[in-house]
Design a protein around this ligand. Sequence first.
Ligand SMILES: NC(=O)c1ccc[n+]([C@@H]2O[C@H](COP(=O)([O-])OP(=O)(O)OC[C@H]3O[C@@H](n4cnc5c(N)ncnc54)[C@H](O)[C@@H]3O)[C@@H](O)[C@H]2O)c1
Length: 461
Amino acid sequence: MSEKKYEKKITCIGAGYVGGPTMAMIAAKCPQYKVTVVDINKEKIKAWQTDQLPIFEPGLLEVVKSARDRNLFFSNEIDAAIDESEIIFVSVNTPTKMFGQGAGKTADLQYWEKTARDILRVAKSDKIIVEKSTLPVRTSVAMERILNANEKGIHFEVISNPEFLAEGTAVSDLESPDRVLVGSRETPPGLKARQEIVDIFANWVPAEKIITSDTWSSELSKLVANAFLAQRISSINSISALCERTEADISMVSKAIGSDRRIGAKFLNASVGFGGSCFKKDILNLVYICEYYGLPQVAEYWENVVKINQYQEERFVQNMINTMFNTIAGKRVALFGFAFKANTGDTRESPAIFITRKLVEEQADVVITDPQALSNAKEDLADIIQKVTLEPDPYKAALGAHAIAIITEWEEYKGLDYTKIFNVMEKPAFVFDGRNILQHKQIFDIGFNVYPIGKPGLSHL
Ligand SMILES: NC(=O)c1ccc[n+]([C@@H]2O[C@H](COP(=O)([O-])OP(=O)(O)OC[C@H]3O[C@@H](n4cnc5c(N)ncnc54)[C@H](O)[C@@H]3O)[C@@H](O)[C@H]2O)c1
């Protein structure tokens, strides 16, 4: 298609876990649009142009390949892409700020503001700027102020379109989302810009699934969605601690309460704790906003979701140490999984990071296996990397180990030959199932001492 034949030209700034997959899906579904994804990270852009994509997501390569070089382009030429597009999605990282006011809680908006300034410097015509990144409520006001303070007579309309995809299922989430949310100012230009964004998604998302709102509700909804999801995990994890004391079984409790349609069955698996780049960061951001607006009780309520998660990670390690006769010094411990969840190589905020550090502090000989996350693990543990071993093969990881701890719910860990593993381990051999994915009775019958989450342990000792 020649340049001028494209119906719309869309640029996305930020080619990460969100920018890459979302834009690939838009391009795949809308061949009539030109979609360019740019990033300051040259290596990442190069990787998007090959079949070794910079992130692992089931089905993503096929989607990318269906549109790449047809109407989907990855480029380092940020200025050129800004200049030619009418619509600019901003999908840069918004990590927790680690300095100054709001340190440890609020979002660090320096990357976001830099993109606003890049847009301002380069733009020669009116543009719609779409907040794809997760941002504190009312960030769009600040953006509008920065952008519309220009002396070029250019108008920018800022739209909020938060992303709800979950890593590991990003492609199916994008292909058939539960909803798409588009927030704007409720002024004539705001509504017109909102419609332009709705029109993009309407190419494949049913109309009833596209929700529109004012900008603030849209921004806030993203933070609240993540807070509710994380809250369910912390709620069930808090009860798992009580189950372990009372010999109740958390899986039974989850099933019993989850069959109530008002509660629902999803997100009720007890585990070693939640990870990922978003839950903790977004809740802390919500906490900060509540404090800022003088609502300390609300802030405290949500902060406890993060505290329970930390407690669950600590409890898991403590339980390992107590069970293994109060010392793990010099003992080989194999961690099965390092990614924060299955089907991704992402390790940001993974419980595995905390657990590894604690085990190393206790002088355990830690060996980590994971089908996708070992290169990220190497970076996360750079300062202690000489004290851990990275081993792609789980059977080799278990060789000579006193214990295995399941940290990530990879499907393949369910199907391993645990008799073979048991035979090469030190005895007594322990399994700590931080995801409750194994058949505990079967594993116990092989000879393991088995410690799930929120269920009585099965011990031969
Ligand atoms: N990861 C998720 O599952 C997820 C889901 C929903 C929403 N979000 C939100 O989406 C946003 C992006 O998250 P992510 O996981 O994709 O982050 P990421 O770190 O994977 O990607 C962000 C990218 O932006 C690039 N970047 C930063 N500043 C830039 C600049 N000035 N110009 C050009 N590129 C720049 C970085 O190099 C990086 O490649 C965050 O706000 C996050 O909270 C993430």
